[in-house]
Ligand binder design. Structure first.
Ligand code: AMP
Length: 315
């Protein structure tokens, strides 16, 4: 099977406790597609400006991503800048968001894109997410959506409209709380379920993810790392592994969603080890398999045997 993604392709300027980068390749669709390309075919729909570097297109293409839906127009590429906390690298403040060429983007999907079985509406204006969903000829087997505080605060009605039409929602814990207006994450997931999506994935940075599938919670930890260089793109890279697994296996059972979450965590753990896509574009199949096994070992414990009871205090 194969995956279609619409989202941002960007130049990011970030400052982390380790250092800083100006105008580095980023964007939700970029991280997603490179991550997903490790498991399945992926096509990208986005817009870039005349300032976009050819070498960056080549980098994405070299990972087997179909970039025929990447449109180049006059104007500047989307730009985002953010700073990460020195005490807690999971806290991020957006300094600036410039939509630039995305302000007037109206994607036109080609014939093959319109029948893709897996669709990922990556973080971008909800109106664009809806536009792409409406252009699909047949309802994909699975439609997932990711978003960000910028859209939750600025385009809440349109976002709610798209959320009602998708199967899977990805949000980080702050976004889920603010979108659902609930401090408790289980309650927030329930509010989102009630709008329609069967699966709600709540990303919690270095604390891993909570997946609520048909109301059943499942937790996958993040891989413990010695050094985090730049968390930008972790959520999109997670989603790339998650959707890539589901599309490649077609396993949309509870078990499939759980395994997808573990593979998502594995993929997210690589991208944060470098700035931009530096580390993500350098990993091998062997790196992915080794880390998948490490994460499985991390959570393995021997359950009580059937004839064994929990110890209880006797005195
Ligand atoms: P993540 O760290 O996974 O949440 O994603 C970070 C990426 O999202 C960066 O590469 C940014 O270019 C991109 N981004 C930031 N703000 C927005 C926005 N409002 N809409 C679309 N993409 C964005």
């Amino acid at each position: 099977m194969s995956v279609l993604v619409v989202g941002s392709v960007a130049y990011d300027s970030v400052k982390t406790p380790v250092g800083s980068r100006e105008d580095a390749l980023g964007g939700s669709a970029t991280f997603f597609s490179v991550s997903c390309s490790n498991f399945d075919q992926v096509s990208l729909v986005a817009i870039i400006g005349e300032d976009f570097r050819d070498q960056d297109i080549k980098l994405v293409e070299s990972h087997g991503v179909d970039v025929s839906g990447l449109e180049r127009v006059a104007g500047r590429t989307f730009r985002w800048s953010g700073v990460y906390g020195t005490e807690d690298v999971n806290t991020r403040t957006t300094l600036d968001t410039q939509l630039n060429v995305f302000a007037d983007f109206s994607p036109t999907l080609n014939e093959s894109h319109r029948t893709e079985p897996y669709l990922f509406l990556a973080n971008i204006a909800p109106s664009l997410q809806l536009d792409v969903l409406r252009q699909m000829k047949t309802r994909p087997k699975l439609v997932a959506l990711d978003t960000m505080d910028f859209w939750i605060e600025g385009s809440n009605d349109e976002l709610t409209e798209v959320v009602r039409e998708v199967d899977v929602v990805f949000m980080d814990q702050g976004e889920a709380r603010s979108f659902a207006k609930a401090a408790n994450l289980t309650q927030a997931a329930k509010t989102i379920h009630d709008l329609g999506p069967k699966t709600v994935v709540v990303k919690r940075g270095e604390n891993g993810v909570l997946v609520f599938h048909n109301g059943q919670p499942f937790a996958a930890p993040a891989v413990p790392l010695d050094r985090v260089v730049d968390p930008t793109g972790a959520g999109d890279t997670f989603a790339g592994g998650f959707m890539g697994y589901l599309a490649a296996t077609g396993d949309l059972t509870e078990r499939g969603f759980r395994r997808a979450a573990v593979l998502g965590s594995v993929m997210g753990s690589f991208v944060v080890e470098g700035f931009s896509l530096d580390r993500l574009t350098a990993i091998t199949r062997n790196d992915i398999e080794t880390r998948f096994r490490q994460l499985t070992e991390l959570t393995r414990f021997e359950p009580l045997a059937d004839d064994e009871t929990l110890p209880s205090r006797t005195k």
